[in-house]
Design a protein around this ligand. Structure first.
Ligand SMILES: [Zn+2]
Length: 76
C-alpha cells in the first residue's frame, strides 16, 4: 500500500473535503521540541486551522502534502 492510495481528508470538524495542505504544529506545554502534530486542511480550512493554533501561541506552519515531516505523519 502506498501513501498515494490513502485519500487525504481535511481535519476540520465535519469537513470531508480533500486536503490540499498540511498544518504542522506543536503544543509546547505537551510536546517536546521534536514532536510535531499534523492536521490536514482543504483550501477553505487552511487559514481557519492555522488561525485556531496561532491564536493559542503554538508554533505552527503550513507544509505541502508531500513535504510533511515524517515525525508528524498522521498515518505513520
Ligand atoms: Zn475543510
Amino acid at each position: 500500500m502506498s501513501l498515494a492510495d490513502e485519500p487525504l481528508v481535511c481535519s476540520a470538524k465535519g469537513c470531508r473535503r480533500a486536503a490540499v495542505r498540511a498544518v504542522v504544529w506543536r503544543n509546547p506545554r505537551l510536546h517536546d521540541e521534536t514532536r510535531r502534530k499534523v492536521w490536514l486542511a482543504c483550501e477553505e480550512h487552511t487559514s481557519t486551522l492555522h488561525e485556531h493554533l496561532s491564536v493559542r501561541g503554538f508554533p505552527v506552519r503550513l507544509a505541502e502534502l508531500d513535504a510533511i515531516p515524517p515525525e508528524g505523519h498522521p498515518w505513520a
